[in-house]
Design a protein around this ligand. Structure first.
Ligand code: NAD
Length: 254
C-alpha cells in the first residue's frame, strides 16, 4: 500500500519483492493514481496486480480492497506493507503549537490508525497461512525533534507505538509487525516538508555512510523483515538511514 509514482518508497519495496519472486498486489489511494500505478505494475510482470482504490480513511474501501485481496490470493496473505502517510502542508512548517485539532486528527488517522485498520483486515488472511509479516514506514521525527516535521513526528511516534502493540497482539498468531525508519528520500510526500532539499544535502554530508538513503535499501530491508531470516524479529523499528540516527552533537573541525 502506498505506491503513488516511481519515486515512492512503496515502489522501491515492490521492486525488491518482485526480485524475490513475490506475488504482489498494489493498491492506490484514488482513481487519479490508478493509471500511473498500473503502468508501474506492468513493468513487474508477472509479479504484480493492481487492486483499488483504497483510501485508508474509508472503512468501506478498506473492507472492499481486502475482500478483493482475499479473493485474489485464495483467502491467504503472507505480507502487508503499509507505506503511506499524510499531513496538511500548513502543519509541516512553522510553530508546532499552531497545529490545528483537525490537522492533528487527520495526520493520526491516515498515518497511524491506518496501520491498525489494515492489520485487523490482514489478520484472518495471515492466520490462514500460519503467520505473516506486517511492515510499516517511519522516520526519526518519531523519536527526536526534526525541524518542520511537526505533526507528522507525533503521528510517527503513535505509529511506532502501534507497531509494538500490534506485535504483541498478533504475535501469538505468528504475525510479526515491524517498521523501517528510513532516512530522507526525495518523494512526493517528502516534498511537503519545508526545506527538504537542504535536509538531503545536510544528511548526505553528516551520515556515517556519507550518502543519502536509496529506495532499494529500504526495499531490500523490507524483504529481509518479511523473510524467514527475520523470524525472531517483531515490534522492532529498524533504521535504514545510512546511520544518521546514531549521531549526537557533531561540531565541524576547525
Ligand atoms: P509518497 O508520496 O510516494 O507515498 C505516500 C503514499 O501515501 C502515496 O502513495 C499516497 O497516495 C498515500 N496516501 C496518502 N494518504 C492516503 C490515504 N488517505 N489513503 C491511502 N493512501 C494514502 O511518499 P513516500 O516518501 O514514499 O512515503 C511512504 C512512507 O514512507 C510514508 O509513511 C512516509 O512517511 C515514509 N517515510 C518517508 C521518508 C522520506 O524521506 N520520503 C522517510 C521516512 C519515512
Amino acid at each position: 500500500m502506498g505506491v503513488a509514482n516511481k519515486r515512492s518508497i512503496a515502489w522501491g519495496i515492490a521492486q525488491s519483492f518482485a526480485k524475490a519472486n513475490a506475488e504482489i498486489i498494489l493498491t492506490y489511494q484514488t482513481e487519479r493514481l490508478r493509471e500511473n500505478v498500473e503502468q508501474l505494475a506492468a513493468t513487474l510482470q508477472p509479479h504484480a496486480t493492481v487492486i483499488g482504490p483504497c483510501d485508508v480513511q474509508s472503512d468501506a474501501e478498506l473492507d472492499e480492497v481486502f475482500e478483493k485481496v482475499s479473493a485474489h490470493f485464495g483467502g491467504k496473505l503472507d505480507i502487508l506493507v503499509h507505506c503511506l502517510a499524510f499531513a496538511n502542508r500548513e502543519d509541516l512548517m512553522g510553530s508546532f503549537t499552531n497545529t490545528s485539532r483537525a490537522g492533528y486528527a487527520l495526520a493520526q488517522d491516515i498515518s497511524s490508525f491506518s496501520l491498525i485498520a489494515t492489520a485487523k483486515r490482514a489478520r484472518p488472511l495471515m492466520e490462514a497461512v500460519g503467520g505473516g509479516s506486517i511492515i510499516s514506514l517511519s522516520y526519526l521525527g518519531a523519536e527526536r525533534v526534526v525541524k518542520n516535521y511537526n505533526v507528522m513526528g507525533v503521528a510517527k511516534a503513535a505509529l511506532e507505538a502501534s507497531v509494538r502493540y500490534c506485535a504483541q497482539d498478533l504475535g501469538g498468531l505468528n504475525i510479526r509487525v515491524n517498521a523501517i525508519s528510513a532516512g530522507p528520500i526525495k518523494t512526493l510526500a517528502a516534498s511537503g516538508v519545508r526545506d527538504f532539499g537542504k535536509v538531503l544535502n545536510y544528511v548526505k554530508d553528516i551520515t556515517p555512510l556519507k550518502r543519502n538513503t536509496e529506495q532499494a535499501e529500504v526495499g531490500d530491508t523490507a524483504v529481509f523483515l518479511a523473510s524467514e531470516m527475520a523470524r525472531g524479529i517483531t515490534g522492532e523499528v529498524i533504521h535504514v538511514d545510512s546511520g544518521y540516527h546514531l549521531l549526537g552533537l557533531m561540531v565541524a573541525d576547525e
